[in-house]
Write a protein that binds this ligand. Structure first.
Ligand code: ADE
Ligand code: ZN
Length: 319
């Protein structure tokens, strides 16, 4: 039996499948700018991160009620569990919903219901990571964090996502300091499209415990040595990197180089509905196109559990 996986880098809004977009549009009487499923699917062709983000945010228009968020997360947990995921730490983007008039409470109650149910229903434990939009002002992120802390809801951590280049981690120093002071675990996207310097800032200014993506660390040998020495987990997303043109093909992906360098690498799906598959699909494609071995898969699975924020008891049960 292979070791279960912990998925540590997945945006729940990025698991919104085309079929669910159409179903929720009908339920909520939202008019979609697509003729049909094929028309929508035909738009899943991206030239960079921003071209994906434009569609990702546009499609969120169908998410309106607590039930919508519960249905979205339940669908992800069911699919992830079927793919061998035993624990998941999932991002959500409150600002993208409150800006459309959806109450933060509805988002959290819906996601929270699905998180609680998934342990019993699928044997999959999970936690929520609130992700701050880095292309919005830090003040807006701080206001969102304040509201969230006031709700007294179970959120495990804080992350930083959206358009990276030109929006360095250092802009969010105060937001992360406040989140950490309130017990949230800190992670941040860095080194996806942005330079190695953003990875350094995430570590030194935001004081993150994990780096999301981080693939561009390879351009800086000193940084790689530090990440190896401190065993900072990097949540790498191979299919995402191909679809957003961070790398040319899966066969060119630096995953093995990273593993061989001694980096604490994990494999994740990022936005599975948009990038051609869930975490098990990432592994299947890596096996086929990068020649990933069963032993490497086991190392990556063990890394994911080690890099998770699950309790020691839960980690021991998964390993
Ligand atoms: N939001 C959703 N997916 C993302 C990614 N790959 N990078 C930055 N922000 C994101
Ligand atoms: Zn991401």
């Amino acid at each position: 039996m292979s070791t279960p996986l912990a998925e540590l880098h997945m945006h729940i809004e990025g698991s919104l499948e085309p079929e669910l977009i159409f179903a929720l549009a009908e339920r909520n009487k939202v008019e979609l700018p697509y003729r049909d499923l094929d028309d929508l699917r035909g738009r899943y062709e991206f030239s960079d991160l921003q071209s994906f983000l434009d569609l990702y945010f546009a499609n969120m228009a169908v998410l309106r009620t607590e039930q919508d968020f519960a249905d979205l997360a339940r669908a992800y947990f069911a699919r992830a569990a079927a793919g061998g995921v035993g624990h998941a730490e999932i991002f959500f983007n409150p600002q993208a919903h409150t800006a459309r008039g959806v109450p933060l409470r509805a988002v959290l109650d819906g996601l929270g219901d699905a998180v609680r149910a998934s342990a019993a229903e699928f044997g999959l434990t999970s936690d929520l990571i609130v992700a701050v939009l880095r292309d919005r002002p830090a003040e807006e992120g701080m206001a969102m964090l304040d509201e969230l802390l006031g709700l007294d809801v179970p959120v495990l951590g804080i992350g930083l996502d959206s358009a990276e280049v030109g929006n360095p981690p250092s802009l969010f120093e105060d937001v992360f300091a406040r989140a950490r002071a309130n017990g949230l675990r800190a992670v941040a996207h860095a080194g996806e499209e942005g330079p190695p310097e953003y990875i350094r800032q995430a570590l030194d200014v935001l004081k993150v415990e994990r780096v999301d993506h981080g693939v561009r660390c390879l351009e800086d040998a000193e940084l790689v040595a530090r990440l190896v020495e401190e065993q900072i987990p990097l949540t790498v997303c191979p299919l995402s990197n191909v679809r957003l043109r961070v790398v040319d093909t899966l066969a060119d992906h630096p995953l093995r180089t990273m593993l061989d360098a001694g980096l604490l690498v994990t494999v994740n799906s990022d936005d599975p509905a948009y990038f051609g598959g869930y975490v098990d699909d990432n592994f299947a494609r890596l096996q086929a196109e990068l020649g990933l071995t069963a032993e490497e898969r086991e190392t990556l699975a063990r890394n994911s559990i080690r890099a998770s924020f699950a309790s020691q008891e839960r980690k021991a049960a998964l390993l």
